[in-house]
Design a binder for this molecule. Structure first.
Ligand code: FES
Length: 127
């Protein structure tokens, strides 16, 4: 594996549709990996609103809902459904390499850019 940003997750064949699994030792917050319709998706395991593990929330279809205040995040893109979260969360592309799942940061995903505003952030930002 040559990409220094790639994270090996192991064999995830046991992860069934609608299930999720946490990898805590990756990055500042870990990654929550979900399987939906046979595909694997990864998100930073931290709600952009108030630092809550999204892995403790509910996965319905492609939407992972934060357990604290209910914002949903699309596991395919990291985009948020609306307030009280004011931005999405970083997401990861999950590739299979000889049966081993590998998480790669999506460059264009929702990086937390300080000072960026969608017009709602000034009202809903909590940190
Ligand atoms: S902590 Fe997730 S919506 Fe508030």
């Amino acid at each position: 594996m040559s990409d220094p940003d790639a994270h090996q997750l192991g064999n995830l064949d046991e992860l069934k549709d609608g299930d999720l699994q946490v990898f805590e030792d990756i990055g500042d917050y870990g990654i929550v990996v979900c399987r939906v319709n046979g595909e694997l998706f990864g998100l930073e395991d931290n709600c952009s609103h108030a630092d809550t593990p999204l892995s403790e929330g509910r996965l319905r279809g492609y939407q992972l809902t934060c357990p604290l205040h209910g914002t949903s995040f699309d596991v395919r893109t990291g985009e948020h459904s609306g307030p009280p979260a004011y931005e999405g969360v970083p997401c990861f592309k999950i590739e299979l390499n000889d049966g081993v799942a590998v998480a790669l940061p999506q460059e264009d995903s929702n990086k937390k850019e300080k000072g960026a505003s969608d017009g709602l952030g000034d009202f809903f930002q909590t940190r």
